[in-house]
Design a protein around this ligand. Structure first.
Ligand code: FAD
Length: 309
């Protein structure tokens, strides 16, 4: 039994989500290999080789693997899939783009967004916006799995000494090409990796008012997040959305300001270690999951909170 973990990276840095996926692979058991498919990604392979518990790193390096086009990365995975019992991706935008292609071509059922490994063929995954847990047993010979990264503490980035094998890169599929990337500039920690998240909801009232959260986030070293209502109203950018159809976060501290606590929002943050909520409505459902709740008008409470910190 050997598991192949598909590395998440930007050709320079191995992303922490890979460490969470390796942690899930450890729970499955057997040897663990990491595939780095990229361009000029030798440094990433070197970082992957240091990850604790990894036996081997496969590096496929080619121009057409540079931008993680799903069609090409999927072909690269398929080229080595024969050697593996389990193929594991982080359930990130990129992992969720490649995994279904691999599963379809292998003619197996993808096992999505697992939160626990019960045995090498049995996994747990949340359903109904996190209100129930499905226990899924797969009889497929190969298991193609995506891992909810917030459910597995990442393994150590250092301590391993895996060998690095260079693979022959697959040919460019020609099915898609990279056109461009618009990256929002953000000096704050990445939302899904941040240890503290400060999120605002519709209660913030406007994009201008949303700025009120910045000094608080600055003091806490936090990422900024938002409810879908706040995003839909244009108060906050799309990629700040936390929830069922946004990002799943589980920071040490989640501060929800002017957010009611709809189940679709809770689905994205209820595994946070400590939840603080500020809402003027004492009946708001967010107080049902909050460790600390403050019934107050956010426009006075947030500056006071920031000052007190
Ligand atoms: P509201 O529910 O309007 O709550 C605003 C809160 O602010 C209220 O509790 C109010 O008391 C409080 N407030 C107002 N003024 C103040 C003030 N001055 N001081 C203090 N408190 C104040 N939502 C998500 O967030 N993420 C998702 O991923 C998501 N996915 C969805 C997927 C589907 C299929 C569907 C149907 C819905 C989804 N939603 C999602 C939407 C979700 O159902 C809610 O509509 C949304 O979360 C509400 O956002 P909110 O709490 O900011 O707004």
């Amino acid at each position: 039994m050997t598991t192949l973990v598909i590395a998440e990276h930007d050709n320079q840095q191995l992303k922490p989500a890979t460490l969470n996926a390796v942690a899930a692979a450890q729970k499955i058991g057997g040897d663990i290999h990491i595939l780095v498919a990229g361009s000029g990604a030798q440094d990433v392979a070197a970082q992957a080789a240091k990850v604790a518990g990894v036996a081997s790193v496969l590096l496929a390096d080619a121009d057409h693997l540079k931008d993680s086009l799903a069609e090409n990365v999927a072909e690269q995975v398929l080229a080595v899939a024969g050697d593996y019992s389990h193929i594991v991706f982080p359930a990130t935008a990129s992992g969720k783009n490649v995994a279904p292609r691999v599963a379809a071509k292998l003619d197996v059922a993808q096992i999505s967004d697992i939160t626990a490994v019960d045995s090498p063929d049995t996994f747990e995954r949340p359903i109904y916006a996190g209100n129930a847990v499905a226990i899924v047993q797969s009889s497929d010979e190969k298991k193609v799995i995506t891992v909810r990264v917030t459910s597995f503490d990442g393994v150590a980035a250092e301590g391993g000494s895996a060998e690095i094998k260079t693979l022959q890169a697959v040919a460019d599929s020609g099915l898609s090409s990279f056109v461009g990337r618009e990256v929002a500039k953000n000096d704050r920690p990445e939302l899904t990796a941040a240890t503290v998240v400060v999120s605002g909801g519709r209660g913030m009232g406007s994009a201008e008012n949303f700025k009120l959260l910045e000094p608080l986030a600055d003091k806490l070293g936090a990422a900024l997040g938002a409810s879908r209502a706040a995003v839909d109203a244009g108060f906050a950018p799309n990629d700040w959305q936390v929830g069922q159809t946004g990002k799943i976060v589980a920071p040490q501290l989640y501060v929800a300001i002017g957010i009611s606590g709809a189940i679709q929002h809770l689905a994205g943050m209820k595994d946070s270690k400590v939840i603080v909520a500020v809402n003027k409505d004492p009946e708001a459902p967010i107080f049902g999951v909050a460790d600390y709740g403050l019934v107050a008008d956010l426009f006075t409470a947030v500056p006071e909170l920031e000052k007190a910190i």
